[in-house]
Ligand binder design. Structure first.
Ligand code: SF4
Length: 315
């Protein structure tokens, strides 16, 4: 069983990164954006100020310990309950990870701070970065990603283009498509002209297969995604996992799925993340609520908390 720590989760099987060991280095929810499709809630103010959120030596010590008990890790993935490039010591952290193992380091980022020289220098140490591009112009960028007021679309895009020109690692660009918001031919064509300047190694199309916190974020059908992938060409692939669509059709259903899972045997948050494909932060928020309501009980064992149904509720 995986050993749960404060900053590490997994390894979890991931569609894009194989067995990915996640390092959560950002507190809930510190981000440069407030995307309409965000699963981490919508109330937090945006920021572009870098900060020393968590002690990187603590993270590295936890990682060292974790590596002793893992058979397979394809990537060590820096992410978080927000935007990982907001961590002011990201570059130092990547260097330290590389000094203790040979596993490639990936960073999942919204890409909105690549114009910042310090962030670009930090990311240049990673083996692969997975940035996002969900818009072809300022208006759509503001509609979907709702960035901090100091980040214009031109600044965001130019940052990504300049970074890619000197980066030696891989860039896997994710495009999150929302029905009637960024799927018009005009938007796709605008995005294609930006993509050609970034020249990413992969282009991966995603959509809202699971319900979002915000209403009105409509999923794009599988056939429409395939049509858009063909239009983009350049090796674009669909990564949306439609098998998750019926698994969790509402927040209430996610709760039901968790309760069903733990009824069979106690599960840790990492088990739930791996099975339901839900963000760790979301699992933590739901399990906390279920525990407060008396529907779940958490018991610590070997540094992980295992959730189960209270015995009285099973009678
Ligand atoms: S970039 Fe990610 S964490 Fe930030 S608001 Fe968008 S979806 Fe949420």
């Amino acid at each position: 069983m995986d050993k749960k720590t404060n900053h590490i989760f997994g390894p979890v099987p991931s569609r894009r990164l194989g067995y990915s060991l996640g390092l959560d280095i950002i507190p809930m929810k510190s981000c440069t954006q407030n995307c309409v499709y965000c699963q981490l809630g919508l109330d937090a103010p945006t920021t572009e100020t870098l900060s020393d959120f968590v002690d990187i030596d603590e993270v590295v010590a936890e990682l060292k310990n974790k590596l002793k008990s893992c058979d397979r890790i394809d990537y060590i993935t820096l992410s978080g309950s927000g935007e990982p490039t907001l961590h002011s010591k990201l570059g130092e952290l990547i260097e330290k990870i590389k000094s203790i193992c040979d596993i490639p380091v990936a960073v999942i980022t919204n890409g909105s701070l690549l114009w910042n020289k310090k962030v670009a220098a930090a990311l240049s140490k990673a083996d692969v970065i997975l940035p996002s591009l969900d818009a072809g112009d300022e208006e759509t960028f503001k509609d979907i990603n709702r960035p901090n007021s100091n980040i214009s679309f031109d600044k965001f895009v130019q940052g990504m283009i300049d970074f890619s020109a000197s980066y030696n690692g891989k860039i896997w660009l994710e495009i999150f498509l929302i029905k009637n918001r960024n799927t018009s031919d005009e938007q796709i064509e605008k995005m294609i002209s930006i993509i050609d300047k970034i020249n990413p190694d992969k282009i991966q199309l995603n959509t809202a297969v699971r319900p979002t916190v915000e209403e009105g974020v409509e999923m794009v059908s599988s056939s429409e995604l395939e049509r858009i992938a063909k239009k983009i060409a350049r090796g674009a692939e669909v990564i949306a996992d439609f098998s998750k669509k019926n698994l969790t059709s509402s927040n209430a259903d996610i709760e039901t799925n968790i309760l069903e899972m733990v009824k069979r045997h106690p599960c840790s948050a990492d088990d739930i993340v791996a099975t339901l494909g839900i963000e760790k932060a979301e699992v933590e928020s739901i399990t906390e609520r279920l525990c407060a309501n008396g529907k779940l009980v958490g018991k610590k064992r070997s540094n992980a908390t295992f959730f189960s149904i209270p015995v009285d509720n099973l009678k």
